[in-house]
Design a protein around this ligand. Structure first.
Ligand code: C5P
Length: 238
């Protein structure tokens, strides 16, 4: 597998565990990581994640923890026990919440001899626009400055990186440094539809700009031929 394909994370946004395992079997030779989000997790729980991990699959657990610091700390401990490669918390939960996620994860990993996952902060969802931020959520300032300050806060809290739109990549890289992990959803090949994603970029442009992982869901998992779709991701035409 080439290095660009190792940076692909497939969002397993499906209803049934058997659909997820079918996608894993098909796509495992072509991608580096699979993402389990709320849709699958709230139906099947940690056992499903254990089963995937025991098959040697690297999992990004995308549950976007956002609660009081103590609750997020305990949720982070549970995530480490699932032996996932990566999980995330909302950076908007604040410094103390993120620090507790890091502390809880470090302590349990050390105590129980478990692998330490990367912990990422979710900045601003890629489905939100400047207009929504200003008019619906009543947040002052530009979306970009908000993303960058949430990324800085994530770094200060000791997180390994952030989830952000590919459009914000350059600002985050220049403020948070070369070894800060940047994972970007909102990835759309030029041949696919955008769905509800607003701040998007093509897979090849995101990789060229230095993203560590691109998250791709519907353009691949809803394709008639997911293997063909994944092998075409970096092609800008049909
Ligand atoms: O189907 P699509 O490629 O839009 O899937 C993107 C995936 O990334 C979804 O599972 C979504 O929950 C997730 N995600 C996102 N924006 C974030 C964080 C996660 O789209 N900021």
């Amino acid at each position: 597998m080439n290095t660009s394909h190792q940076k692909i994370c497939i969002a397993l946004d499906v209803d049934h565990a058997n659909q997820a395992f079918e996608l894993i079997d098909l796509l495992k030779p072509h991608v580096g990581l699979f993402k389990v989000g709320m849709q699958l997790f709230y139906r099947y729980g940690p056992n499903l994640v254990h089963e995937m991990v025991s098959k040697g699959i690297k999992i990004f657990l995308d549950l976007k923890f956002h609660d009081i610091p103590n609750t997020v700390r305990n949720a982070s401990i549970a995530a480490v026990r699932m032996k996932v490669a990566m999980f995330n918390v909302h950076a908007g939960g604040g410094l103390s919440m993120m620090q507790q996620a890091v502390n809880g994860a470090n302590e349990i990993a050390q105590k129980e001899g478990l692998p330490l996952p990367q912990i990422l902060g979710v900045t601003i969802l890629t489905s939100l626009t400047q207009e929504m931020l200003s008019n619906e959520l009543n947040c002052p300032g530009s979306l970009e400055s908000r993303v960058v300050s949430l990324a800085q806060l994530s770094k200060t809290a000791g997180l390994d990186g952030v989830v952000a739109s590919p459009l914000e990549l350059a600002w985050i890289r220049s403020t948070c440094g070369a070894d800060f992990t940047i994972v970007t959803p909102g990835i759309r090949p030029l041949w696919s539809v955008t769905n509800d994603q607003k701040r998007i970029m093509s897979p090849s442009a995101a990789i060229e700009k230095g993203v560590n992982f691109i998250v791709v869901g519907r353009p691949v998992i809803q394709a008639d031929d997911p293997v063909l779709a994944v092998t075409r991701l970096f092609k800008n035409s049909l």
